[in-house]
Design a protein around this ligand. Structure first.
Ligand SMILES: [Fe+2]
Ligand SMILES: [Fe+2]
Length: 288
């Protein structure tokens, strides 16, 4: 039997604290505005459409095991993880309705997404394979969001492409918090069932479903795009790919997660997240 805990050579770090921030962005200044990159807008828009319902799934999948966790620190982390993900869903929904909803009909995708992926796939998979699979899928999904977050904060790509300060803060705020809570679902999974096969199964499901739903959301937006400069669209797509963005970091993230002994906190990007958070928190104070 594979003993992953024994394979971990160094103690994994944790953030100083998981802070539930409550930003008040309305995004009114972005309504009807043309972004610098149409491709970037639609890719982020697709992810933003996927996040709220997905984050409600993450919360459900962790919450159902919360009462079985004896570790007081992890118990608190679960509460803060839920607090952060609930805020992410709320703010992305505000953005989706105000900004995306102004230019695109987002309801058909959202309806399809909820009824297919959660009312059907989640229900059936839980019935057949048990509730631990959802927790394992969440642990894997959190590895993708933390990987993309670390890339987003370290590459300089967001600062280069996003001209609106609230929009930049919005993206970086979500990235900071994905880093802060990246260990939570993973540690809950390890305490509930530390089987490597279960962890790997969660990654396989997630690696199939996540790109699929983001692609469906992306296509639903692209189909409605008007007056798009096709040349600029493909140039931006290539630049996003070449930049080590979400598509090109996808396979390496899977390989890393499947390494026996892996732990999300092995990547110590907490200091970077804390530095970015300070600026955002100062600006949030002025808005509140
Ligand atoms: Fe999130
Ligand atoms: Fe998350």
């Amino acid at each position: 039997m594979l003993n992953e805990k024994a394979m971990r050579t160094a103690p994994t770090k944790r953030p100083e604290k998981i802070l539930v921030r409550k930003p008040q962005w309305t995004f009114k200044e972005l309504v009807g505005q043309k972004p610098r990159s149409e491709f970037g807008r639609l890719l982020f828009g697709a992810m933003s459409l996927v996040f709220p319902e997905g984050e409600r799934f993450f919360i459900r999948s962790v919450k159902q095991f919360a009462s079985q966790i004896d570790d007081t620190a992890l118990g608190q982390d679960i509460k803060d993880f839920i607090g952060q993900e609930a805020q992410h869903g709320k703010v992305h929904e505000t953005f989706n309705k105000a900004v995306l909803g102004h230019d695109y009909d987002i309801e058909p995708f959202l309806k399809w997404y909820k009824s297919t992926m959660f009312d059907f796939v989640e229900q059936k998979a839980t019935e057949i394979l048990g509730p631990k699979l959802a927790l394992s899928i969440t642990a894997a999904a959190e590895h993708f969001t933390a990987t993309w977050a670390a890339h987003g904060l370290s590459s300089g790509y967001l600062e280069e492409h996003i001209t609106n300060q609230n929009m930049l803060d919005f993206m970086q705020w979500h990235a900071v918090e994905e880093i802060e809570h990246k260990h939570v679902a993973f540690d809950v999974l390890q305490q509930i069932d530390d089987s490597y096969a279960l962890r790997a199964a969660g990654m396989l499901f997630c690696a199939a479903l996540l790109p699929f739903v983001i692609s469906v959301a992306f296509v639903s937006l692209v189909r409605q795009a008007k007056n798009t400069d096709i040349f600029a669209f493909f140039r931006d797509a290539l630049s996003e790919g070449a930049n080590g963005g979400i598509a090109s970091s996808f396979l390496p993230a899977i390989v890393e997660y499947l390494k026996p002994g892996f732990h999300p906190s092995d990547h110590d990007d907490y200091e970077m997240a804390r530095r970015v958070a300070q600026g955002i928190e100062q600006r949030m104070e002025k808005v509140a």
